[in-house]
Design a protein around this ligand. Structure first.
Ligand code: BJ8
Length: 425
């Protein structure tokens, strides 16, 4: 891939040497973690291809779209509504990053006690290795956790196209009013960027396109309820990660193709893991590409992950947007309603998340929960304690993990996860 896309990367201003190094490490990690899995569904071949071309063909597609007049919007959060981007002729891509890069440079700008996800996003910018970021016509930050909202002030010095969306912290009527007005402001900003005013028709079509992606993932989630689990947690996480990058229609089709295959596997009692393998629900911070550390540890310890209560997972995709409105205003309100239900830990109080975790444990027949918290992520680490307490009161074993993107604690995590899996057996 490198030779074909080199001129494109150069044109985007990437540091080719650093980028080569990144792709080398990523390719090796993918081979070791993904391609070494046994009993994978054949349909995962599509996602292997997507990953092998994630900085190549997909970027070329985005640049081709730009050449045809579309705009590219990069986002760090599931509160940025894809429907609005699509309806005004823009393409939304995820920018969150799941690997450490250029950390020495990052440490000059951000305090050490910043979560790995934020640091990684800065590292990809400072190291000039993210073609998505460099292709974006608008980068959307959001005032969610304190770390992100202060970090965007510094990011504003590094990019010239940052748009910051304000978000409420409380799910009150006043909170919803702010949410509504910020979505209206975002709609206007996107329309200004693309020069296209959305119509009721284009908004309805956009809602249906994004819903279709979500419905495909819901189908995949439902199939993970089977025992033996027809797909590994690693592979399912990958599908959830690719949700943020791929062409929407092609993504939906590819997930549905996998689901057809998984249905057959379930009928034939064929699994990625043997029947009665301990089943784990992972809950907590988002795991952005290429953060596969926890599922790799869990599944190599002999358990299978059957669900992710996460923004790269069910928290991000579970509710659909009502597409029945006939006017832009009606459908904008439906978008506000849909996104206002996202139970991110930045909200206080946030009882819906705990309820959702318990519902997921029951639905996916999970034997235990691993709460995944990134170091220095106050919202999720704080919520981890009441989550653990509530689960244990219901006799649902819970393991609280606090980690980052480095590999230094893998040995220690393995020991804890293996002991937890043993307990579940
Ligand atoms: S809706 S979870 S994607 S904000 S891990 S940066 S919370 S200190 S990512 Fe998130 Fe939107 Fe919420 Fe989802 Fe801050 Fe925590 Fe870091 Fe985090």
């Amino acid at each position: 891939m490198s030779e074909t896309y080199r001129p494109m990367w150069e044109q985007l201003g990437l540091d080719l040497q650093a980028h080569d190094a990144l792709l080398g490490v990523l390719g090796q990690a993918y081979e070791d973690i993904y391609l070494s899995q046994k009993n994978r569904p054949e349909g995962m071949g599509y996602f292997d291809f997507v990953m092998s071309e994630v900085h190549g063909l997909r970027i070329k597609e985005l640049l081709d779209e730009k050449a045809e007049g579309r705009k590219i919007i990069g986002s760090y959060c599931v509160f940025v509504p894809e429907e609005i981007a699509l309806a005004a002729k823009a393409t939304l891509v995820g920018l969150c990053s799941g690997a450490d890069f250029a950390m020495e440079e990052v440490d000059k700008i951000l305090p050490r006690n910043t979560c790995a996800l934020i640091k990684s996003s800065f590292g990809f910018k400072l190291g000039k290795v993210c073609p998505y970021l460099e292709s974006a016509d608008m980068i959307v930050g959001e005032n969610t956790c304190d770390g992100k909202k202060k970090a965007y002030e510094s990011l504003g010095d590094l990019v010239d196209n940052l748009y910051v969306m304000d978000l409420p912290q409380v799910k009150s009527e006043d909170g919803k009013a702010l949410f509504r007005s910020e979505y209206t402001r975002f709609k206007e900003a996107v329309e200004k960027l693309t020069g296209v005013s959305m119509s009721a028709e284009s908004l309805k079509e956009a809602i249906q396109t994004v819903n279709a992606k979500r419905v495909a993932l819901h189908r995949l989630s439902t199939l993970r309820k089977a025992d033996p689990a027809p797909i590994s947690g690693l592979d399912a996480l990958l599908a959830n990660q690719v949700f943020f990058y791929d062409n929407p229609a092609r993504f939906t089709e590819s997930v549905n193709t996998i689901c057809d295959e998984l249905e057959k596997r379930i009928q034939e009692k064929q699994g990625s893991f043997p029947e009665k393998t301990p089943r784990i629900l992972v809950s907590g911070c988002p795991q952005a590409v290429p953060n596969w550390k926890l599922p790799m540890i869990v599944e190599s310890a002999g358990a299978v992950i059957v669900g992710e209560e996460s923004c790269v997972g069910e928290r991000g995709t579970r509710n659909l947007t009502d597409d029945s409105g006939e006017t832009v205003e009606d459908m904008m309100e439906a978008i506000v309603d849909r996104y206002f239900q996202v139970d991110c830990a930045i909200f206080t109080p946030n009882p819906d998340r705990l309820e959702h975790i318990q519902e997921m444990v029951a639905e996916y027949k999970a034997d235990g929960v691993i709460h995944y918290g990134l170091q220095f992520c106050q919202p999720y680490l704080m919520e981890a304690i009441p989550v653990e307490k509530a689960l244990e009161e219901k006799n649902i074993p819970c393991l609280r993990i606090e980690t980052d993107y480095s590999m230094e604690d893998v040995g220690q995590l393995k020991t804890r996860v293996e002991a937890f899996v043993e307990q579940l057996r």
